[in-house]
Ligand binder design. Structure first.
Ligand code: C2O
Ligand code: CU
Ligand code: CU
Length: 564
């Protein structure tokens, strides 16, 4: 879809709080004010490895991921300790076939996470919690913030892969999520289905994950240390742009279309992305086409053209874009810029550019961007059948609170029935920060922001909602999985909802909602000691079936014992 001037205005760019926030510089409390200077656009972009299953049966692929400290080369002539999944920074990518495994359409996954992180600098155990953000997991496999895997323990997570989308796994440990994710515990997980594979979109080496984040380093001799500083529990920022683990990378591309899967794993930094042929300013008329959001493909592509249309990628959000390099000549370069000051009063370091694409060769391109991507049902106000709930996200008494309350794991703040279609209103009364609000379990649709239409690229399925200062965002969703096959299952139980500024989440802008009644408890499948770990073959003589409630309950009972 092409945008006219009115659409541009509706994008809300001029009215966006991002441009009106006061700039109140804060003194960084860090030892050194800046990371060491490093050369830009010299190191080639790397792609995180795709993880192969260790074992497979007729319906399920079994993967193994070890959490461990490792040293990686990020800044030149130094190494950096990161907390990794399988020694990779970011973690390995899992690519999985979506759909019902019983019909042979898709595969389910069992991912065994083994915590060998040991202790932190204060000699405290580094507990881990694994959340697969964007998957409709059962409560016991969703990574509830206190469902720990202590060091020396492991836990097997069962994932249904019920619909195609770019999602990600990351740490979710109560009070420690921001530190743990900052130290490296994040990785991409891609679910693809038949429908999507049959579209003529760029595939294979032209389908590229771009995992964006910021980081701050302190260098002593050949040690470049990742410094995590949450500035009195407010936010954490860095001055180095990192894409797929590489600072300010460059990528050689052919003069053709590429699909990029963007994910922002920063703890506190949002990006306003745009392309430019110049490093120091925006060039006019550069375009990117958004084809997907958090919950998979959009209905139709949304073209964004500089200078007025940019792509806002808040923390934990995913957008998939097509960049067509055929309008450039071999020898040209295009920068991925971050033009925005996306509003938090304590962002005192700027990241203006993330990476550079160098067009180095000519190539045929038979890929296309179809006018229609994935049709889906639009949820309108009229379809709501359940309550409308309002959640205020604000700072008071030096704490981040939802409706005036902090985290209490046994308190349930919303109780939609299974299958209810509810409208949730998120309100930010304003205090200097925006909040990307994340609802576990379900994909939702945005109805409006401040009574006006949301940006065109926000009209797809989403699980993170950008809530700017003084804004009210209304979203609608059905409390159950989107896949109709999987929907027959009664998913009930407790899930989390929180701000995805991970520092806010940790202190303590997070709450619990419960879908239906008498669901499995989030902690009913506890981690087990590594000494008792058996091979997948021995552990799963019969495959677990997440699509069958009784089967999975019997299975859990056998694995974890009665009295759950
Ligand atoms: Cu991406 Cu509850 O988290
Ligand atoms: Cu999530
Ligand atoms: Cu927040």
């Amino acid at each position: 879809m092409k945008l006219n001037r009115r659409d541009v205005l509706q994008l809300g760019l001029w009215g966006s709080s991002a441009f009106f926030l006061p700039v109140i510089p804060q003194k960084p409390s860090l030892a050194a004010p800046f990371s060491p200077q490093i050369p830009r656009f010299k190191k080639p972009l790397t792609i995180p490895p795709v993880l192969s299953p260790k074992y497979a049966d007729e319906t399920t692929d079994y993967y193994e991921i070890e959490l461990r400290k490792t040293r990686v080369k990020i800044l030149p002539d130094t190494t950096t300790e990161v907390w990794s999944y399988n020694g990779s920074f970011p973690g390995p990518t899992i690519r999985q076939r979506g759909g019902n495994p019983l019909t042979g359409e898709g595969r389910q996954s069992v991912v065994r996470f083994i915590n060998n992180l040991g202790q932190d600098e204060d000699d405290c155990d580094i507990d881990a919690v694994i959340h697969l953000h964007g998957m409709a997991s059962l409560p016991q496999y969703d990574g509830f913030a206190t469902d720990f895997i202590p060091p020396g323990y492991f836990k097997d997570y069962i994932y249904p892969n019920d619909r195609a989308a770019t999602i990600w796994y990351h740490d979710h440990t109560i009070d420690k999520t921001s530190r743990n994710v900052y130290m490296g515990l994040a990785g991409m997980y891609i679910v693809e289905d038949e429908f999507e594979r049959n579209l003529p979109l760029p595939k294979g080496e032209y389908d590229v994950p771009l995992i964006l984040r910021d980081a701050f380093f302190e260098q002593k001799n050949d040690d470049a240390k990742l410094i995590f500083d949450n500035r009195n529990e407010r936010s954490t920022y860095g001055d180095v742009a990192i894409v797929n683990g590489v600072p300010w990378p460059q990528m050689n591309v052919a003069n053709r279309k590429y699909r990029f899967r963007l994910l922002n794993t920063s703890a506190s930094r949002s990006f306003q992305l745009a392309l430019s042929q110049k490093l120091e300013r925006l060039t006019l008329g550069e375009t990117m086409v958004v084809i997907g959001s958090d919950g998979g493909l959009l209905e139709e592509p949304v073209e964004l053209t500089t200078p007025y249309q940019t792509l806002e990628l808040g923390m934990a959000e995913r957008y998939e874009i097509i960049i067509d390099f055929s309008k450039y000549k071999v020898g040209d370069s295009v920068y991925l810029k971050n033009i925005g000051f996306t509003g938090s009063i304590d962002t005192d370091t700027r990241i203006h550019t993330l990476m550079r694409f160098d067009v180095v060769r000519e190539e045929q391109d038979d890929s296309l961007i179809p006018d229609e991507l994935r049709p889906f049902e639009r949820l309108s106000e009229a379809k709501a059948k359940g309550q409308t709930r309002t959640f205020r996200f604000e700072r008071s008494f030096n704490q981040w609170l939802i409706n005036g309350r902090g985290w209490e794991e046994n308190r349930v703040d919303a109780d939609p029935g299974f299958g209810d279609i509810e409208i949730w209103e998120f309100v930010n009364p304003g205090s200097g920060w925006f909040h990307p609000i994340h609802v576990h379990l379900i994909d939702m649709q945005m109805l409006e922001r401040n009574g006006r239409p949301v940006r065109p690229y926000e009209r797809g399925w989403k699980d993170v909602f950008h809530l700017g200062e003084f804004e009210k965002v209304r979203v609608i969703g059905e409390f159950g999985p989107r896949n109709p096959e999987f929907k027959k299952r009664f998913i009930h139980g407790k899930f989390m909802m929180h701000c995805h500024n991970l520092v806010h989440e940790d202190h303590s802008m997070m709450t619990v909602f419960e879908v239906g009644e008498e669901g499995d408890e989030p902690k009913s499948a506890p981690a087990k000691i590594v000494a008792e770990m058996k091979s997948f073959e021995e552990t799963y003589p019969t495959p677990p079936n997440v699509y069958d409630l009784e089967a999975i309950e019997a299975f859990d009972e056998e694995l974890y014992g009665k009295g759950r």
